[in-house]
Design a protein around this ligand. Sequence first.
Ligand SMILES: Nc1nc2c(ncn2[C@@H]2O[C@H](COP(=O)(O)OP(=O)(O)OP(=O)(O)O)[C@@H](O)[C@H]2O)c(=O)[nH]1
Length: 565
Amino acid sequence: MSHQSDLIASDIQEYLHQHENKELLRFLTCGSVDDGKSTLIGRLLHDSKMIYEDQLAAIQKDNERVGNAGEELDLALLVDGLAAEREQGITIDVAYRYFSTSKRKFIIADTPGHEQYTRNMATGASTCDLAIILIDARHGVQVQTKRHSFIVSQLGIKHTIVAINKMDLVDFSEERFEEIKADYIEFSKQLDLPDIQFVPISALKGDNVVSLSESMGWYQGEPLMETLETVEIANDQNFDELRFPVQYVNRPNLDFRGYCGTLTSGVVRPGDEVTVLPSGKSSKVKSIVTFEGEIDEAFPPMAVTLTLEDEIDISRGDMLVHSNAVPDTTNRFDAMVVWMAEESLQPGRQYEVKLNTTRVAGGISHVRHRVDVNTLEQSAASTLELNEIARCEITLERAVVADDYRSHHGTGSFIIVDRLTNATVAAGMIIDDGSQNEIDLDGSLISTSDVDASARAVRLGQSAAAIVISGSDAEIRETLLFSLEKVLFERGRAVVAFDQSQLGDLKAQVAGVAALFNQAGLISLIESDASVEGAINLNTDSLAGDSAKAKLQAAVTQLQAKEII
Ligand SMILES: Nc1nc2c(ncn2[C@@H]2O[C@H](COP(=O)(O)OP(=O)(O)OP(=O)(O)O)[C@@H](O)[C@H]2O)c(=O)[nH]1
């Protein structure tokens, strides 16, 4: 079903053509229980004329029986379809809704507000372009708001609309709106949400949902629906780095050999030089074949068949990339993992890891830290229970392309499958924040001066410490630095080390980053008497003991007392 257009009566072919070519926006709604998700979706469907008259009549009838909206029509009844939900008055499954306006087509994932349904929420959110985070104006930013925002940021959803709902219950107060907005901005600094917009609404009464509210003349922005219709998403795709995971090798006869799959990123054209991973063999694209014939260009998320100039050995699970930008392959990487099984994780146990079209034996070799999604706090963990989220190290039997999820949604995620039961026990998003590059194989750390890497690591949810080491004995400073880097890194902390030669603007950088993130991801080795505001200053001269080892012990005790390690 779609919005009502005059074209339906006059030129149905033209209408269908227009409809087919409209851009699709997938979004999810999330928030605490009773914030008004279902009412908002009902309102969007109702005001965009997506409700059949008999459906409307049915909810009018239900409204008298179980409606929660008093005199107003309870639009949530339209959405909360499941019987169990209606009785409990809560949403328990991910429900997908479809609607369209003259400008765009929409798919809404209506995800549950209850804590035990984190995995449903993560599932519903994983393919979305935008998230609407609902906040009840009376209650402000809640634990659930934080939890959902964290998941939205982890999933790399680029656009966020914070809809402050039930404005009618706070007298449409601008002051209240600004207060909640400020709270949210403060909290979301820790997250990676690149585009946040705030809109005050009343889902029940329709204020600022499809048209601007008369009761909130102070609001300068656009109604929610207009943002949904116009937010720029075309450039969110990664068109730069080609990733074509081969799904199927099509050999109908001896004259044709085509590789079928869905382009997850990049653009490919006939004549392009491509390399097959993991074999490393190269060839040129001969043609791009689709159901409608050959085409000159393919981009995500097109499903196409590629033929190559040369007969090279390619099978399902291989990946085609451009020869001038071949990504590294690795059998060890870090990922944010959501544990989805009833039984807890046994680290080191062999599972099957499914990345795209590839299946590789492997598993979680190490849980770096668990993240409490309610508070964003990290804690040490050796196992994971249902719905828990943790940063983990994944080790596989053979090397694969391990793209960062944020830049490669298609190839940066995976699931972990139990080999015996074939059940999915976890889902993960690969993190490539450069921190892995800082350690060599035996775990020792190579210094880098990349402040950005540290800032990124912090944004990605690693906790970190800004520690400045000073003291008159260079050797002791160095020993301390080196040992602390190792300890911190093993605990999943962001570590970036500086040396004295970069001292020039180092103090400003340390102070700036420390202030920005409260505890920033820097360790620095500084001249004898340095100290930096906002950082933990360890002066080796004042640490107890004569030997480097004793001083290290004293430093560790200090840092433990501050709960840094
Ligand atoms: N006054 C007022 N009430 C609202 C508004 N939006 C929703 N409500 C009411 O708030 C209650 C909860 O709304 P729902 O839409 O069911 O909330 P939900 O977030 O979908 O809740 P779950 O399904 O439990 O996750 C209902 O009684 C709604 O009528 C609003 O803008 N103003």
